[in-house]
Write a protein that binds this ligand. Structure first.
Ligand code: ASN
Length: 308
């Protein structure tokens, strides 16, 4: 049952109001920064005949329209690559639905509906999007410090603008130092956001580019927040050649037919590109220094609960 009284308490709370104000500053600052870098904002795709497979999220949010099957967007990864045919630098505040396992209800990180600031750049390298990510993050923190000072004080949050370049660690090294599920430990041990590079091919979807010189290693990255807040963003360079994409789909044990419109477009030519997606609710949580993720947006949907 949906607990209306609990929801009313939350909607009227000082904490939610202030977190939403900080989030509003984040949205403004991101737009302003990205436009200054030659990006245009595109409108989100909510349903599509193709979406990110994200094989760890096995429940497919499907709806039928006119006898056709649509899926609810898990990420706009393919649409971002295709959007580059229209404009070389694009971003979108993209709502994603991922039906997470119930045991993630109190992780403080998982909502089944969330928004990511998803961007993609034609002909960019990983290093270029990393540099952009650092500058974007710096401009957001600066804006929040300047425009949401009182709200940060309410949360007792002291934020520093991290110095670029942020430290980097390879996936392999992080695994060696902190064990197989290293994200939380790495995050707890860091005082600055830290990049994790070079994910092994089996740990990611088929669209991040495999390094030809180092088979089995992807040219991709995650950014991890300090203080235990975990993953901030995820991205990389992309596969864009038909043959390589098909090969990667088959290696994942998936069927190329399930991605046929995308493959038809790849056949006619996608551009090389790189990009990433930055979770807005998790960013808000980090900026406010909150444990709970359901304080970072209205109508938050935690795994396993009925929500508005
Ligand atoms: N947005 C991510 C990216 O750009 C993909 C994802 O959300 N799964 O790589």
């Amino acid at each position: 049952m949906f607990d209306i009284d609990k929801a009313l308490d939350l909607w009227r709370s000082e904490a939610l109001r202030r977190a939403l104000r900080i989030q509003s500053t984040v949205l403004d600052a991101s737009r302003e920064f990205l436009r200054s870098q030659g990006f245009i904002e595109i409108l989100p795709v909510v349903i599509s005949s193709i979406t990110d497979p994200l094989t760890d999220h096995r429940v497919r949010g499907e709806i039928e329209c006119y006898g056709f099957k649509y899926q609810i967007t898990k990420s706009m990864i393919f649409h971002k690559q295709i959007a580059l045919l229209a404009h070389p630098r694009i971003f979108c505040f993209s709502p994603n639905v991922r039906i997470e396992a119930v045991d993630r209800q109190n992780s403080g990180k998982h909502l089944i509906e969330f928004v990511q600031l998803d961007l993609e750049i034609k002909e960019a390298t990983r290093d270029e999007v990393i540099a952009l990510g650092e500058a974007l993050f710096g401009s957001i923190v600066l804006a929040v410090k300047q425009k949401s000072k009182e709200d940060l004080e309410f949360f007792g949050r002291q934020l520093d603008i991290p110095k670029s370049p942020f430290p980097r660690i390879t996936y392999k090294e992080a695994e060696k130092q902190f064990g197989p599920d290293f994200e939380e430990k790495l995050s707890l041990s860091s005082t600055s956001p830290i990049w994790v590079l070079d994910f092994p091919i089996e740990s990611r979807e088929f669209y991040d580019r495999e390094d030809e010189a180092r088979p089995g290693i992807l040219v991709d990255m995650d950014l991890i927040y300090p203080e235990g807040y975990g993953e901030a963003l995820s991205g990389g360079e992309r596969e864009y050649l038909l043959e390589r994409i098909c090969d990667r789909i088959l290696k994942k044990g998936m069927k190329p037919e399930d991605f046929s419109p995308y493959l038809e477009i790849a056949k006619r030519g996608l551009y090389p590109s790189a990009g990433f997606g930055l979770g807005i609710e998790r960013l808000t949580r980090y900026l406010c220094g909150l444990k709970r993720i359901d304080l970072t947006r209205l109508f938050a949907k935690l795994p396993g609960q009925l929500s508005l």
